[in-house]
Design a protein around this ligand. Structure first.
Ligand code: NOJ
Ligand code: CA
Length: 544
């Protein structure tokens, strides 16, 4: 049995986890210092968002040197000390690594752009423009504007699917493929157990880079994703990468936005020797529509979740509700004021009883909420700032309206510092951090949560333990069960042991049958009154 089939992962955005040296930025030493808290929680694998040298224009997803640690986070020695501490606790480490693109400050790109005939020219994708226009009509669906930028040195354009300071690597070039395998090997040799390969399903691009179709209604080009998202070429590149890696049981997770079930199988079925698991976003990355009731929202979510729960049993999907790119879980799927604790627990029960390899995003285990800064200038996320520029400054939309949307969608919701206690800077740092804590830090923090047996943290702890004890939750099959709207019910079964999850994700009482002859394995609330009624955000697992 490969180790990841049994693990619970905890994702850390290092800048915002804990600042050990008091410069206002979270660091590797901070992670090591807080390891006892994570050991107590029971998570077994850490996933660190990019820790490499970077100009930090996109949260570290713009790498300047793949084999160096970002100065603010620490040194390679610090990294080794963290690995050693993890090993002492039988924990594993996964690094998040963006290898579709680098920063424009990377040495490779600095060489590449200098002339049209240097050794690194073909590390990136260069084309001549068409007259005054870029080589094709691709528009970035992520940051807006053309996917091409011109440089003075040669007048050619380079391709960038993200910002213009994130040039795409040219995976067609065998030297790029070899260089990247070496980078991963460097980290494997330093004790890393796996990687989360950022936008790995975009490394293969349609040869010839054809123009995107024009939308007949708007007259504008459609988004160019069909030419590079899940392109058949990506599979070959990933297989080659995998075959070059030396090490025992190296866990490769692909960030594969927009995958279909068939594509997910192609990436992650063991027989393919590609990835071991994949992240799909369909079941997580969507917003409640205007005026939609919580009940209707839950029904929509349930349909998506269940569809992905039923994928081929030979494939291990990742299961997660939050991440460094998404809203806070309780704000997104639960109710983060009156029922903050209850709904956080209900979501923990759901996450940790579904099929898949679970990822807890830092702060979720204490029920942290969206930041909702009242002042736009507090937001730092590049996408939020670009949206402000485009919509408010250039587009003239009312600031208040855009701000309200940003409250729910900004990536800073996930990236503001962890609340450790009710003290200055929420106990995160001795000085004021770049991103402010949320205004609720006095009520929502680790210190309060850690001590209280009824807290969200205590519930996560219990639930992780139960997942460890119950093979049915880790390996069992999945079967959807009937339920009234707003309630999610399903069964997991392994070698005759059946566990039934029942969760009410609304703030109203809901009828939900107590299965005759069953016993309660774990519940978010103490059993009161009618066993066939779930109160607001109540959840339980019954065993049969
Ligand atoms: C996906 C990452 O999760 C996101 O944070 C980043 O901005 C893009 N990839 C580009 O690397
Ligand atoms: Ca620091």
């Amino acid at each position: 049995m490969t180790w990841w089939k049994d693990t619970v992962i905890y994702e850390i955005y290092p800048e915002s986890f804990y600042d050990a040296n008091g410069d206002g930025v979270g660091d590797l030493a901070g992670i090591r210092e807080k390891l006892p808290e994570l050991v107590e929680l029971g998570v077994e694998t850490l996933w660190l968002c990019p820790i490499f040298s970077s100009p930090m224009k996109d949260g570290g997803y713009d790498v300047g040197d793949y084999c160096g640690i970002r100065e603010e986070l620490g040194t390679l020695e610090e990294f080794d000390a963290l690995v050693a501490a993890l090993k002492r606790n039988q924990m594993r480490l996964i690094l998040d690594i963006p290898i579709n693109h680098t920063s424009d400050q990377h040495n490779w790109f600095q060489h590449s752009k200098a002339s049209s005939d240097n050794l690194y020219r073909d590390f990136y994708i260069w084309r001549a423009g068409k007259g005054e226009s870029p080589p094709n009509n691709w528009i970035s669906s992520k940051v807006g504007g053309s996917c091409w930028a011109q440089t003075e040195e040669t007048e050619d354009y380079y391709l960038h699917l993200y910002s213009d300071w994130q040039p795409d690597l040219n995976w067609e070039n065998p030297a790029v493929r070899e260089a990247m395998a070496k980078v991963l090997q460097f980290w494997i040799d330093r004790g890393v157990d796996g990687f989360r390969l950022d936008v790995i399903n975009k490394i293969g691009k349609e040869p010839g880079l054809p123009d995107a179709n024009i939308d007949p209604e708007t007259g504008l080009p459609e988004y160019p994703e069909p030419y590079f998202q899940n392109h058949p070429l990506s599979h070959g590149y990933i297989q080659e990468l995998r075959s070059r890696l030396k090490g025992d049981e190296i866990f490769l997770i692909g960030q594969t936005q927009g995958v279909s079930e068939a594509e997910a199988y192609a990436y992650a079925a063991p027989i393919r020797n590609e990835l071991d698991s994949f992240l799909q976003f369909e079941a997580t990355d969507f917003q409640k529509s205007k005026g939609e009731s919580q009940e209707a929202f839950v029904e929509g979510w349930k349909a998506k979740l269940f569809r992905w729960q039923m994928i081929d049993e030979r494939v291990d999907a990742m299961i997660f509700f939050g991440s460094h790119d998404l809203s806070r879980t309780v704000s997104h799927f639960g109710e983060d004021e009156r029922y903050r604790r209850e709904s956080s627990k209900a979501l923990a029960l759901l996450l940790l009883s579904l099929r898949g390899i679970p990822v807890i995003y830092m702060g979720e285990e204490i029920g942290m909420t969206n930041a909702r800064y009242r002042d736009f200038s507090k937001y730092q996320d590049i996408r939020t700032r670009l949206a402000y520029q485009r919509r408010v400054i250039e587009g003239g939309e009312p600031e208040e309206k855009v701000l309200r949307e940003i409250w729910e969608t900004s990536r800073d919701n996930a990236r503001y510092p962890i609340h450790w206690n009710a003290g200055p800077n929420a106990g995160f740092s001795r000085i004021k951090p770049r991103l402010s804590p949320a205004s609720n830090y006095r009520q929502v923090n680790f210190e309060i949560e850690g001590e209280d047996p009824n807290s969200v943290f205590s519930f996560y702890k219990k639930m992780i333990r139960i997942r460890r004890l119950e093979d049915a939750l880790r390996r069992g099959g999945f079967r959807a069960a009937e339920s009234v709207p707003g309630v999610i019910c399903f069964e997991r079964e392994w070698q005759g042991r059946r566990l039934v999850t029942q969760v009410n994700l609304t703030d109203a009482e809901k009828v939900c049958e107590w299965i005759e002859g069953s016993a309660c394995r774990i519940a978010t609330h103490a059993l009161q009154g009618e066993a066939s009624v779930l109160s607001a955000f109540e959840g339980r697992i019954l065993m049969i």
